[in-house]
Design a protein around this ligand. Structure first.
Ligand code: PMP
Length: 362
């Protein structure tokens, strides 16, 4: 295992596995009697005449559209069932029970859960007290690990980690640095996908679930060093993306102007909500994503009353390290945001002792 040789991180066992070739790997035209499909057709042709047939496992149309958009080669992409599956497939390719995986908390919980599922020893570093990337702490946790997960902009803080710090870690540690950019469109800065190289320990996770508005279709992808991608294919399933989902993703990519307009609208609303929360005397983290993290004295009671009395559901994230008192709210439509703000104001009036103290109102 060494920095700059991503394929050396693959589970030794996986190197011996012969790839399964699907019926659709070699022939996609002619009279296709090779895959035991139903030749009489689908019962729901209104959703696509060709749904009786398996998709091309390479999802060529989506692959080519993504490669163009991200300026990566098609061989640097693995596409699957949401970026959650991207996390999972990386771990399946890299981790044997007992291998170490590093996470930098507070962050998205799926890295830990999936890593534990595969028997990894999960090592934890913390963001610094200002919730910024602490390169030394992350490098320490990643020493000897197979993967280091970094989320930027980070869920649930909404803050971005330093690009230079992430690249420094990729060049410095032996682990594969996985930069999860689920919310990158809201941040406005460039993606790290263009920094992926065959000899650099960096993979970038992206998704259609957030800015692209396609969470229900479950499409996510990894830009990963080309030598690693065949192992991701091997660790993944034969047909990683359904025809319905890849079609939805391709059509969605054609509407990038509208995506950008909506991102701008969300950002504007995000700043409006943040300003209101600050006027209420609450601490709010500056966000570069489509949600805000703010702090109250008793987040459990505030979240509970919001749900039971106001029918407004927000997420209590106060159990995570450094996030004492934290509640997370997704930025919605303008009228939804107003409803949230009014509900929160009423809640803090009703529960004055739950607003302040600990991480909340001074
Ligand atoms: N990464 C982060 C940071 C997320 O917040 C989420 C969704 N909450 C995901 C990955 C997974 O997204 P999906 O599987 O829908 O692509």
């Amino acid at each position: 295992m060494s920095a700059g040789d991503p394929a050396s991180l693959v589970r030794p066992h996986l190197r011996e596995v012969e790839p399964y070739t699907t019926a659709r790997s070699s022939h996609t035209g002619g009279l296709l009697l090779d895959a035991n499909e139903n030749r009489l057709g689908t019962l729901v042709p209104e959703l696509g005449e060709d749904l009786n047939q398996y998709p091309d496992p390479r999802t060529p149309e989506l692959r080519s559209a993504l490669a163009d958009r991200l300026s990566v080669s098609e061989g640097e992409l693995w596409i699957g069932n949401g970026s959650d599956e991207g996390i999972d497939v990386l771990l399946r390719a890299l981790v044997d029970p007992g291998d170490a995986v590093a996470v930098v908390e507070p962050t998205y919980g799926v890295y830990r859960t999936r890593a534990r599922t595969y028997g990894a020893d999960v090592r934890r570093a913390l963001l610094d007290e200002d919730l910024r990337l602490d390169v030394e702490a992350a490098a320490g946790a990643a020493a000897g690990a197979k993967a280091l997960f970094l989320c930027s902009p980070n869920n649930p803080t909404g803050t971005r980690l330093s690009r230079e710090g992430i690249l420094e870690l990729a060049d410095r540690v032996d682990a594969l640095v996985v930069a999860d950019e689920a919310y990158v469109e809201y941040a406005g800065g460039p993606s790290l996908a263009g920094e992926v190289r065959a000899d650099r320990n960096l993979a970038v996770l992206r998704t259609f679930s957030k800015a692209w508005g396609l969470a229900g279709a479950r499409v996510g992808y990894l830009a990963a060093p080309a030598p690693l991608v065949p192992y991701l294919d091997l660790a993944g399933l034969p047909y990683p993306v359904s025809k319905l989902s890849s079609r939805a993703a391709v059509r969605t990519l054609e509407r990038s102007d509208e995506m950008e307009r909506r991102v701008a609208a969300v950002r504007e609303e995000r700043e409006r909500i943040a300003a209101r929360l600050r006027e209420m005397g609450l601490r709010v983290l500056p966000s570069e994503s489509n949600f805000l993290l703010f702090f109250v004295g008793d987040p459990g009671r505030v979240q509970g009353r919001m749900a039971s009395e106001e029918d407004v559901v927000i997420r209590n994230r106060s159990d995570l390290p450094r996030l004492d008192g934290a509640l997370r709210v997704t930025v919605g439509r303008r009228e939804e945001n107003d409803r949230f703000l009014e509900a929160l104001e009423r809640t803090l009036d009703q529960l004055p002792d739950a607003a302040g103290g600990a991480g909340g109102r001074p």
